[in-house]
Design a protein around this ligand. Structure first.
Ligand SMILES: *Cc1c(COP(=O)(O)O)cnc(C)c1O
Length: 396
């Protein structure tokens, strides 16, 4: 029998109780309205209760929820066709979450080398500051000690090097290396972007050594940075890519995308998921793409991102004792704080603006991609009030 709160104590939850959402707004049980620039950690790409998503989910709910992967799936065929059409990929595996998309990516890379007679090539090189999920394999990939401690031996085959350190990366490559895995823009790690130059050099290095390049675009993908996927702006292509968060617009789903060659080891029976790609998820995923792939949508994301960028630059100039640096790409925005980031997050919450903490003393703003310029300016005005309050506290 439970004493007190019967939930696991794994989350330190803020004392806010939301009942419904409308676009960029979240409304509490007692009717208070918050501007939601956390967007469920980059998940609510189209905001809350988007009419096209609501309509699609309702219609699908009346037809079919789940059949498993024992049968052919029209929804998966349609969504995979659209994803491969829009990207480097030839093959798609659907999952229920980001960590599962990464698990599939890791298995795909290892199996590729195995099927070519190289079972010893199973090591994957990752970068400090990475976050790839919370499964036993993905905590090892992320390499953050606080997530690894206490859960038994760290899964073998993950080697980590410092962020953007080319010499260390080259030195880490051995005959046992299968792949290099990175987030083009590190999310949880504090909105650090790999430079175009570095990403191109990594691609070349992979080609020279016969390694697969795996991109984790779980957070940076599906329009978040102003292009459909962050790597498309850089002009490189991966061999494998993990996607989740924004692709479901709030419905739990993810996907692992790969070239036909990289996916060649994943033959019948090698992987599976009971729920992955179920009809509800596929209906919503297709509906998200209806909007994100529509003409002009990504132009809108870039335009609104510019409003944020300019507004934030001016706030940084005016409050250098509160804001140290503005980071990120598109609507994946990081505010590196001069004060403790927790204080900045609390003080924007006091202004009824929601953001998310990240590593390296950063507060993330991940507004829905449908945020208008006017809503962006409303958010900036609230941030300004928060910065004024913190500045006044600093003077005291
Ligand atoms: C959120 C996230 C994950 C994990 O996704 P889950 O759906 O929580 O399993 C993996 N990689 C990145 C970059 C993320 O932001």
């Amino acid at each position: 029998m439970a004493e007190g709160n019967p939930l696991y104590d794994t989350y330190s939850r803020a004392p806010m109780r939301f009942e419904r959402g409308e676009g960029v707004w979240l409304i509490t049980e007692d009717g208070e309205r918050y501007l939601d620039f956390a967007a469920g950690v980059a998940v609510n790409s189209l905001g809350h209760a988007h009419p096209h998503l609501v309509e699609t989910l309702k219609a699908q709910a009346e037809k079919l929820w789940h059949v498993s992967n024992l049968y052919q799936s029209p929804g998966q065929e349609k969504l995979s066709g659209r994803l491969t059409e829009a990207t480097f990929a030839d093959k798609v595996f659907f999952t229920n979450s980001g960590a599962e998309a990464l698990e599939c990516a890791i298995k795909t890379a290892r199996r590729y080398h195995y099927s070519r007679g190289h079972p010893e090539k199973f090591h994957i090189i990752t970068f400090e500051g990475a976050f790839h999920g919370r499964t036993i394999a993905t905590i090892a990939a992320g390499g953050q000690q606080k997530y690894i401690d206490g859960f038994g031996p760290k899964a073998a085959g993950f080697d980590q090097v410092p962020f953007e350190d080319m010499d260390a990366l080259k030195a880490a490559i051995t005959d046992a290396t299968a792949a290099i895995l990175l987030e083009p823009v590190q999310g949880e790690g504090g909105l650090r972007s790999f430079s175009t130059e570095f990403l191109k050099a990594v691609r070349t290095l992979c080609d020279e050594h016969g390694l697969l390049l795996i991109l984790d675009e779980v957070q940076s993908g599906v329009g978040r940075t102003g292009s459909l996927f962050a790597h498309q702006k850089v002009g490189i292509t991966p061999d494998i890519m993990a996607v989740a968060k924004g692709i479901g617009g709030g419905f739990p789903m993810g996907a692992c995308l790969a070239t036909a060659e990289a996916a060649s080891g994943m033959v019948a029976g090698t992987h599976g998921s009971t729920y992955g790609g179920n009809p509800l998820a596929m209906a919503v995923g297709n509906a998200v793409l209806d909007i994100v792939l529509a003409d002009g949508f990504l132009d809108h994301v870039r335009d609104v991102a510019l409003v944020f960028r300019q507004g934030l630059a001016s706030l940084k100039d005016r409050f250098p004792d509160v804001i140290e640096e503005i980071r990120g790409e598109g609507l994946m925005i990081g505010i590196k704080a001069k004060v403790p980031a927790g204080d900045l997050l609390q003080s924007i919450r006091d202004q009824k603006l929601l953001g998310v903490m990240a590593g390296d003393n950063v507060v993330r703003l991940l507004p829905p991609l449908v945020t208008t310029a006017e809503e962006a300016r409303e958010g900036l005005a609230r941030l300004e009030k928060a910065a004024e309050t913190l500045h006044a506290t600093n003077l005291r």
